[in-house]
Design a protein around this ligand. Structure first.
Ligand SMILES: Nc1ncnc2c1ncn2[C@@H]1O[C@H](COP(=O)(O)OP(=O)(O)OP(=O)(O)O)[C@@H](O)[C@H]1O
Ligand SMILES: [Mg+2]
Length: 548
C-alpha cells in the first residue's frame, strides 16, 4: 500500500530543487524501499503457504469427521440417502468449504484492508475527489449484495445436482453388467447426459450473472475514474493539489477499486462455500436414532429370543405394516427355520434382531433383556448374519473372512473356510490371498455365499442367522455346507435359518411360519406342522413340491 504514496512523492521530488524523498536522497530511499518490498514478499509467501496448509487441514478434518458421522447412521438413513450423493458431499463440498474458509476469506479480508487503507489515504489527499467516488458506491454495494445471494443459491443447486450426477455414475457403473444385459447403454448415457446438461444450464446461468455483475461494476468503476481525472485536472490547474498528489490519488483509486472488485469476487466464492457448507451441516446434524455405542454392555447373546407384540413398518413406507403384533419365542441353542411367502418379512426379522431398525411398538428381548437398551455394536458382534445378497469387499478372501475379527489367525480363517465348505479356495493360484474383485464380482454366486458363511462363522457368534444363505448352491454343495454346519447345530449357538429348501427346513427343531398378516401363522416341529393339512405351512410345502 506504500507504493502509490511513494511514487507520488518521487514524482513531486523530481519537480523540486532539493530532490529528496521523505528527507532521504532518492538513491537511499530506493534501497530502503527495496528492502521493505522484499520483506513484504517474504511475508506474503509465508501467508500463502500457511493458508493453503490450513485449508487442506480443514478439508481433511471435515472429511474424516463427516465420514465417521455418516458411517454410524442407521439403515433408515441409507434407505433415503444415495451413496453417490454422500460421496459428492465428502469430495466436492468439503473442498469448496475448505477453500472458502481460508483462501476466499483471507482474500476478502486483504481486499477489505486494502480498500479501507486506500480510501483513508485518498481522504487524506483530497476529500473532494473522494466525494466524486462516493457517488458510485451505493449502486456497487447493492449489486454485490444481490449478486452474492444469487450465487449462493445457484451454488447450492449446482452442488446438489453434482451429487445426483455422482450418484448416477456410481450406481449405474457399479451395475454395468445388468444394464448391458438389457441393452440399456443408450438409456444410461442419456440419463447421465441429462444430468450434466442440468448442471451446465445452472453453470451457464451463473456465468451470465457473474459476467453481468463484473462488467457492470467494471464499467461503473471506469466511468468514476474518468470523472475523477476530469475533476482532478481542474484541481491541479487551480493549484489546490499537486500533480504528485493527483497521481497518488489515481493510483489509490486503482488499488481501492481493484480491492473492492476482489472483495466482491471473494464474497461470491465465499457464498458458494456457504451453499456447500449448508449441505454438509445437513449431514452433520443428522443424528442416528439407534446409537451404535450407547447402551448396556453385551457380553453374550445366549438365551431365549422373544418378540413381544412387535409392530413394524419401514420408515420409508410408514403406512405399510410388515409386522402387526408379531410374537414368537426361540429357545437357546435351537435350530429354527423361518418360512413364509416372499415379502412376508423374514429378512425383516433378522434386521430387527440386528437392530438395523427399531420396532414401532413392542419389544424384542434376548435372555429377558430388551435389545433396544443394549449397545448395538456389541450386540452385533455376538450375532453372525449371512444376508440374502451377501456382499464381499474388494480385498482378499482371507481379509473378507476375517472382517468381523481382524485379529484372527490363519488357522482360524482356514477352519472357518473348511466349515463353510470353501474347498474351492485352494484351487486358486493365490489361495486365501486371492482378490475377489469389487463386491466379490470375481467369484460365483455360490462361492460368495460360502465365503460369507465362513465370515459369519469366524466371529463365533451366539446367534447365527442364515438368510437364504445357501440359495445359490446346488444340492450337493448345500448338503456339504449343511453337513459341515451339523456340529455347530449341536452347540450352544442358536441358529435361525431363513429358507425355502425343504431339506433344510426338515432338519430344524422348530419351524416358525409367518403369515401374510404380519403375525406368526404356525409354529412347531416339521411333523407337527405338516400334519395340519389346511395350515399355511402345509400349503407352502405343497406348492413347492408341486411347483404350483
Ligand atoms: N428397506 C426397506 N424399505 C422399505 N420397505 C422394505 C424395505 N425392505 C423390505 N421392505 C418391504 O418389507 C416387506 C418385507 O420384506 P422382507 O425383505 O422382510 O421380506 P422376505 O420375507 O425376506 O422376502 P423374500 O423371501 O423375498 O426375501 C416387503 O413387502 C418389502 O417390500
Ligand atoms: Mg428376504
Amino acid at each position: 500500500m506504500a507504493v502509490p504514496f511513494s511514487i507520488g512523492k518521487i514524482f513531486d521530488s523530481a519537480t523540486q530543487v532539493d530532490g529528496t524523498v521523505f528527507g532521504m536522497q532518492l538513491k537511499h530511499f530506493c534501497v530502503a524501499f527495496l528492502a521493505v518490498l522484499a520483506g513484504g514478499a517474504c511475508a506474503s509467501c509465508g501467508q500463502m503457504a500457511l493458508l493453503k496448509i490450513i485449508g487442506e487441514r480443514i478439508i481433511t478434518k471435515l472429511r474424516s469427521s463427516l465420514y465417521k458421522h455418516t458411517y454410524v447412521q442407521n439403515a433408515e438413513f441409507f434407505d433415503t440417502h444415495r451413496v453417490g450423493d454422500l460421496i459428492s458431499r465428502l469430495g466436492n463440498d468439503t473442498t469448496m468449504v475448505g477453500r472458502s474458509i481460508t483462501e476466499n476469506l483471507s482474500d476478502g479480508l486483504r481486499s477489505l484492508a486494502f480498500a479501507t487503507t486506500g480510501m483513508g489515504m485518498m481522504t487524506y489527499i483530497s476529500y473532494k475527489l473522494v466525494g466524486v467516488l462516493a457517488l458510485a458506491f451505493p449502486p456497487l454495494a447493492a449489486g454485490a449484495f444481490l449478486y452474492g445471494r444469487a450465487v449462493r443459491d445457484l451454488s447450492r443447486r449446482i452442488q446438489s445436482n453434482q451429487g445426483t450426477l455422482t450418484r448416477i455414475a456410481e450406481e449405474r457403473l457399479g451395475n454395468v453388467r445388468t444394464s448391458q444385459a438389457f441393452a440399456g447403454e443408450r438409456q444410461e448415457v442419456h440419463r447421465y447426459n441429462d444430468q450434466t446438461r442440468k448442471i451446465f444450464n445452472l453453470a451457464k446461468r451463473e456465468a451470465v450473472i457473474s459476467a453481468t455483475f463484473f462488467s457492470t461494476s467494471s464499467f461503473l468503476g471506469n466511468a468514476t475514474f474518468l470523472a475523477l481525472l476530469y475533476v482532478g485536472d481542474s484541481m491541479v490547474r487551480s493549484g489546490s493539489i499537486t500533480v504528485g498528489d493527483l497521481t497518488t490519488f489515481v493510483m489509490y483509486t486503482g488499488v481501492a477499486g481493484g480491492s473492492l472488485f476482489g472483495l466482491s469476487a471473494a464474497y461470491s466464492d465465499l457464498m458458494k462455500g456457504v451453499g456447500a457448507a449448508s449441505r454438509l451441516f445437513e449431514l452433520q446434524d443428522h443424528r442416528p436414532i439407534i446409537s451404535p455405542t450407547k447402551g448396556m454392555a453385551v457380553k453374550s447373546a445366549r438365551g431365549m429370543i422373544e418378540f413381544h407384540d412387535v409392530h413394524f413398518a419401514y420408515p420409508t413406507r410408514p403406512s405399510i405394516l410388515v409386522f402387526d403384533g408379531l410374537s414368537l419365542r426361540i429357545a437357546p441353542g435351537r435350530n429354527v427355520a423361518i418360512v413364509a411367502p416372499s415379502g412376508a418379512g423374514k429378512s425383516t426379522v433378522a434386521s430387527l434382531l440386528m437392530r438395523f431398525y427399531a420396532p414401532t411398538r413392542g419389544t424384542i428381548t434376548i435372555n429377558g433383556h430388551d435389545i433396544s437398551k443394549m449397545n448395538a455394536r456389541q450386540l452385533r458382534r455376538r450375532i453372525g448374519l449371512v444376508g440374502q445378497e451377501p456382499v464381499l469387499f474388494s480385498e482378499s478372501i482371507a481379509e473378507n473372512v476375517a472382517y468381523g475379527k481382524p485379529e484372527a489367525t490363519k488357522s482360524e480363517i482356514l477352519e472357518a473356510l473348511r466349515l463353510a465348505n470353501c474347498h474351492f479356495v485352494h484351487d486358486f493360484p493365490n489361495g486365501i490371498d486371492t482378490l475377489v474383485g469389487a463386491r466379490g464380482a470375481q467369484l460365483s454366486g455360490g462361492q460368495k455365499q460360502r465365503i460369507a458363511i465362513a465370515r459369519a462363522l469366524l466371529k463365533d457368534p451366539d446367534i447365527l442367522i442364515l438368510d437364504e444363505a445357501t440359495s445359490a448352491l446346488d444340492v450337493e454343495s448345500e448338503t456339504l455346507v449343511n453337513r459341515a454346519l451339523e456340529p455347530l447345530r449341536q452347540g450352544p449357538r442358536t441358529i435361525i435359518t431363513i429358507t425355502h429348501r425343504l431339506s433344510t427346513i426338515s432338519r430344524s427343531d422348530t419351524i416358525i411360519c409367518l403369515g401374510a398378516d404380519g403375525k406368526v401363522a404356525q409354529m412347531g416341529t416339521y411333523h407337527h406342522l405338516i400334519a395340519d393339512k389346511d395350515g399355511v405351512f402345509a400349503k407352502l410345502v405343497k406348492q413347492q413340491i408341486s411347483g404350483r
